[in-house]
Design a protein around this ligand. Structure first.
Ligand SMILES: Nc1ncnc2c1ncn2[C@@H]1O[C@H](COP(=O)(O)OP(=O)(O)OP(=O)(O)O)[C@@H](O)[C@H]1O
Ligand SMILES: O=C(O)c1ccc[n+]([C@@H]2O[C@H](COP(=O)([O-])O)[C@@H](O)[C@H]2O)c1
Length: 230
């Protein structure tokens, strides 16, 4: 590994941020984070489950998504999980995620990881100009999505990276679980078991809980967190 420090300036920690709704987290997310960590010489990748992903509907409780993310990342010493987005009220905006991570990890250089689908919409995100001041963005390839950068993006703040193609989406995992098809090998084993144990995508009570939540909001279940933690 190259020495990133000099006599006068100690090296900043290089911290990746993998933001996502992770409903559920799958191997496409994990491979993307692992590849960016290798290519950008990252010391840590922080997975940040969204609190209220205002662009998505019928999202599972944030505590379930958080716990699945903890389970999925537990075996990698460089992977950590942050609650900053799920503990903040209101819609989840990446500009807030970056500010919170900067506050908690001062003297770090941040790299925000996005898939090809997300980078295509990034100019519509809140305060996108500020985001590019706070972090370097790494757009990874994703099957079914062309990896092209809009001419208006600040090129010095955005890189692209080809990663092994895994045609997996959370939408497909949820559909499979609902229809009784296996999600083994699409998501980590512990996540398969968590989905089954908590009947995440099959339970009709759960569907009612989602349906009664305000539009676009995540619903919260502290009972599930307690069950798993004990
Ligand atoms: N298979 C994949 N390969 C590369 N990047 C991915 C892949 N799946 C998701 N990503 C990226 O990971 C981030 C978080 O994705 P998200 O949690 O929304 O998963 P998703 O599979 O896209 O979910 P959904 O199907 O519910 O929209 C986004 O930047 C997305 O582009
Ligand atoms: O900041 C925004 O306006 C914004 C709009 C849409 C998505 N994002 C972020 O993009 C990441 C992936 O989101 P999602 O909904 O595709 O899972 C996650 O970290 C979101 O907070 C951010």
């Amino acid at each position: 590994m190259t020495d990133r420090s000099t006599a006068s300036t100690p090296a900043k920690r290089r911290v990746g941020i993998m933001g996502g709704t992770f409903d559920p987290i799958h191997h496409g997310h994990l491979v993307a984070a692992s590849e960016v960590a290798k290519s950008f010489d990252l010391d840590e990748v922080v997975f940040v489950p969204t609190g209220n992903p205002y662009m998505k509907r019928n999202v599972s409780p944030s505590e379930d998504r958080y716990l699945m993310t903890v389970i999925a990342t537990a075996s990698n010493p460089r992977f950590t999980v942050s609650r900053v987005d799920i503990d903040r009220d209101g819609p989840t905006y990446t500009v807030d995620t970056l500010r919170d991570v900067m506050r908690l990890r001062p003297d770090s250089e941040l790299f925000f990881i996005t898939g090809a689908d997300a980078i295509a919409q990034i100019l519509e995100w809140k305060d996108s100009d500020d985001m590019f001041e706070y972090a370097h963005f790494v757009a990874v390839s994703r099957p079914g999505h062309e990896l092209v950068l809009d001419d208006s993006l600040p090129r010095e703040s955005v890189s692209v990276l080809e990663v092994p193609a895994l045609a997996i989406s959370s939408t497909d995992c949820r559909d499979r679980a609902r229809r009784g098809y296996p999600v083994w090998y699409l998501v980590p084993d512990g996540v398969v078991q968590y989905i089954a144990k908590h009947r995440l995508y099959t339970d009709s009570d759960h569907d009612e809980e989602r349906a009664s939540a305000p539009e676009g909001s995540a619903v919260f279940s502290s009972d599930r967190a307690h069950e798993v933690a004990t």
